[in-house]
Design a protein around this ligand. Structure first.
Ligand SMILES: O=C(O)C(=O)C[C@]1(C(=O)O)C=C[C@@H](O)C=C1
Length: 250
């Protein structure tokens, strides 16, 4: 395929991104829930209204936009409105995606999933006052999840290029269910869920010099990581794939 991108090379990248995601969850799990981080009345600013995590994400994205982060088609901001321009010259990223891909950004759903569903599954209840560090570590998780989920655009492009004649009728008919069927590989999904649980065991174990008896205690629960992938990350990736394919003939 053009540009040297293949389904195999994209899957290798998704596998490597599992490491990033799991480490980011382990880092967030160092802190308890720290609910003031998410409480709108905790922040007092004449120019901003929202929670501390909202504030940290918005301000960090503004800084990173200036540094050119969102010039990369693989990066998607959570707060895309009114981002400042980049101060660096544009890098000439290889164009792999069909241009309407730029319209797809499901970070709002990723944000809701993370704060409403995921966080309570792996952060222990409690409050240690580290709200700024907690928000910074939420941002790292969100960015890793967003990158992985929006990678679905590339995966969909490669699948389309491999057999356009298979996809075209379903795209023209705007048949989401048919597209979903065409892009699904159940055995790959099962392997992903098993591998991430295993990685969570390996990365999240207590490493000591004397023995490696972990007593079944891990920094994030491996079954939670597997569930997170099965119930949220993979379905959202597939949604991005469908959204992308629906615009592929525009
Ligand atoms: O590997 C693929 O083919 C993908 O589309 C990625 C992915 C995933 O999110 O891990 C999504 C859909 C497939 O059913 C299998 C795996």
């Amino acid at each position: 395929m053009a540009n040297g991108v293949t389904l195999e090379s994209l899957r290798q990248s998704l596998i490597r991104q599992e490491d990033t995601i799991i480490f980011s969850l382990i880092e967030r799990a160092r802190f308890p829930t720290n609910s003031p981080t998410y409480n709108e009345s905790y922040v007092s600013s004449p120019t901003f209204s929202g929670s501390l995590v909202h504030f940290v994400v918005k301000e960090t994205e503004a800084l990173q936009a200036k540094a050119g982060r969102y010039a990369n088609p693989e990066e998607h901001p959570f707060f895309p409105n009114n981002l400042p321009p980049s101060v660096v010259p544009p890098y000439n990223f290889t164009e792999v995606l069909h241009p309407p891909a730029a319209l797809i950004n499901i970070n709002k759903d990723i944000w809701d999933m993370y704060f409403k569903k995921l966080l309570q599954l792996f952060a222990a209840p409690g409050d240690d006052g580290n709200y700024a560090a907690t928000a910074a570590s939420d941002l790292v998780c969100l960015q890793a999840l967003s990158r992985r989920i929006h990678y679905g655009k590339l995966v969909a492009e490669v699948k389309f290029r491999e057999s356009p004649q298979e996809f075209e009728p379903a795209i023209r008919a705007k048949d989401r269910d048919a597209l979903m069927k065409l892009l699904t590989f159940e055995s790959v999904e099962e392997a992903v869920k098993k591998r991430v649980a295993k990685k969570a065991m390996v990365f999240g174990q207590e490493v000591t010099l004397n023995n490696n008896d972990n007593k079944g205690k891990y920094k994030v629960d491996p079954s939670v990581v597997s569930l997170l992938y099965g119930d949220w990350i993979i379905p959202l990736t597939k949604r991005v794939e469908v959204e992308y394919l629906l615009r592929r003939l525009d």
